[in-house]
Design a protein around this ligand. Structure first.
Ligand SMILES: O=C(O)Cc1cc(O)ccc1O
Ligand SMILES: [Fe+2]
Length: 502
């Protein structure tokens, strides 16, 4: 398969990482954002026109009697037809060699999965008010062939996909690319946060490459295949069952800052060059063979597969605002205090999925990027708190400022923590002592590191897999707050400085 869109210089032009020697990535801007293998359209939420071959998009209409180049027109609706423009009406038109419907029927994939689509069911997920932390989620052994789909496991969530209310948090681990397999999620939008290993994501809309410290959003229904750059990959997925990810409002910050719209990148039309001619024959019994493509969907938390004898990546041109996109977290313009006190982490929101209540998110994607800490006369790490929202955190790289050390049984890259609704949490004992006693001066926080949070107004239920079968839940997590020093001084205003808990 070769690309039909013009790739960048020194860039691979095939979708599968295995077939081509890959060019190394370089840093492309002063923020340390990485170069890309592919070219992209830019601009958050824009209505793009993208053609792998010139003059392919119909001019002035969507459904000509016969489309240019003899393609099929197919609309993909991301929102109800009648959704007001003011709250976002999302759709795209795809011009493809064959319509998507040209497949055999769906059959349920009966192999057991650890994917959950209904978190109210206590056989798969449980309410747990405890502080929870997981050591890095385990990678599959090389002998266990695992791709993005078979390696997807639900960690926590709320609500149910079938009534479009709630969300799911998954992790993926993989040691194989998806072979002649395409996936689409019927249940919601995916926000993918790679932690280990780069990904090449072939989508109906074109190619996207993704490294740790970059994220991708793949809205409901869009077909994609995940190919690995390296031997292994691991990452996190936030799935929202309703709504969509949007940029947060900036209020008094003004027009600029946080994640800027121009830094969001959308793929350019690309189709498998042999899409028209490479059609697999049925087996002697008329049944699909291994040469056929499998189109897998997650539908109400269950996996279904449909066979088709041709590639689903046959879109020669598309236009619309409903498309996948990526964003490099290095381009996030961090805002924080330059005087005193600790701001709420909402200042670090990259994307938000709004609920119907103004200012209350179904889910916020929040990052804790490298930055300067300059606050005067201030306890600089996160404050102790209890939150009406639920906080699920992951670590892409480095060590998180509220938790001393990034060792395996601490808060380590590839691990996670959950501080559910109203569950108290804050810096661990060592971090508290160090931050109370530190000499305050301007300091780089967390250079080279990136923690993130999925914050939601839903009460999250961790899955039984995460609690009982993942093998990495930390039974003694809560002990990091044991023996907090008591520095209360009834006789004076100065805190008692020696560690009175010892
Ligand atoms: O709990 C956490 O570590 C996340 C967090 C960070 C912060 O700076 C303020 C509040 C908050 O919940
Ligand atoms: Fe918190």
């Amino acid at each position: 398969m070769t690309s039909s869109s013009a790739p960048m210089d020194a860039v691979m032009d095939a979708p599968s990482a295995k077939r081509v020697k890959l060019s190394p990535y370089t840093k492309v801007n002063a923020n340390g954002a990485s170069s890309s293998r592919y070219r992209y359209h830019t601009g958050f939420g824009s209505h793009f026109s993208s053609e792998a071959l010139p003059d392919t998009l119909p001019k002035g209409q969507n459904s000509p009697q016969v489309c240019p180049r003899g393609l099929y027109a197919e609309q993909l609706s991301g929102t109800a037809f009648t959704k007001p423009r003011t709250t976002g009406n999302f759709f795209s038109w795809l011009y493809r060699i064959r319509p998507s419907v040209g497949h055999r029927g769906y059959s349920a994939i009966n192999a057991p999965t650890e994917i959950v689509g209904d978190f109210s069911c206590s056989t798969v997920a449980l309410p747990v008010p405890d502080q929870l932390r997981w050591s890095p989620f385990r990678m599959p052994a090389d002998s266990e062939a695992t791709d993005f789909i078979s390696g997807l496991k639900s960690v926590a969530g709320a609500g149910s996909a079938s009534v479009r209310n709630g969300l799911a948090i998954h992790v993926y681990t993989a040691n194989r690319s998806m072979e002649r397999t395409s996936f689409y999620n019927s249940d919601g939008d995916f926000l993918i946060v790679p932690q280990l290993g780069g990904l090449d994501i072939q989508t109906e809309f074109g190619m996207m490459d993704l490294l740790p410290n970059q994220i991708a959003v793949i809205p409901r229904g869009i077909r994609f295949s995940v190919n690995l750059h390296d031997k292994q990959a691991r990452g996190y997925v936030l799935e929202v069952f309703n709504g969509r990810f949007d940029l947060p409002d900036l209020g008094p910050i003004g027009a600029n800052g946080l994640a800027n719209p121009r830094d969001f990148e959308y793929p350019m039309a690309h189709y498998d060059q042999d899409a028209a001619t490479n059609v697999a024959a049925p087996g002697p019994d008329g049944a699909p063979t291994d040469e056929w493509w499998r189109v897998v969907t997650k539908f109400q938390g269950k996996l279904f597969s449909a066979a088709q004898p041709f590639t689903p990546y046959d879109v020669v041109a598309w236009h619309g605002n409903y498309a996948p996109y990526k964003y490099d977290l290095a381009n996030f313009m961090v805002i924080n205090t330059v005087s005193f006190d600790h701001c709420d982490p909402s200042i670090f929101t990259v994307l938000t999925c709004r609920s119907l209540e103004p200012g209350v998110a179904v889910a916020d994607f929040v990052i804790f990027p490298p930055r300067w800490g300059v606050a005067d006369h201030t306890f600089r790490p996160p404050y102790y708190h209890r939150n009406c929202m639920s906080e699920f955190m992951g670590l892409i790289n480095g060590a998180y400022e509220a938790k001393a050390g990034g060792e395996e049984d601490g808060f380590a890259p590839g691990g996670a923590s959950l501080h559910n609704t109203m569950t108290p949490h804050g810096p661990d004992r060592n971090t508290f002592i160090a931050a109370s006693d530190e000499k305050l001066q301007p300091r780089r926080i967390a250079d080279g590191t990136q923690a993130f949070m999925f914050e939601t107004h839903f009460m999250l239920s961790p899955t039984r897999w995460a609690l009982e079968r993942s093998g990495v839940v930390q039974p003694r997590y809560v002990s990091c707050w044991e023996n907090m020093p008591v520095r209360f001084n009834p006789d004076g205003l100065e805190a008692i400085r020696e560690d009175s808990s010892a």
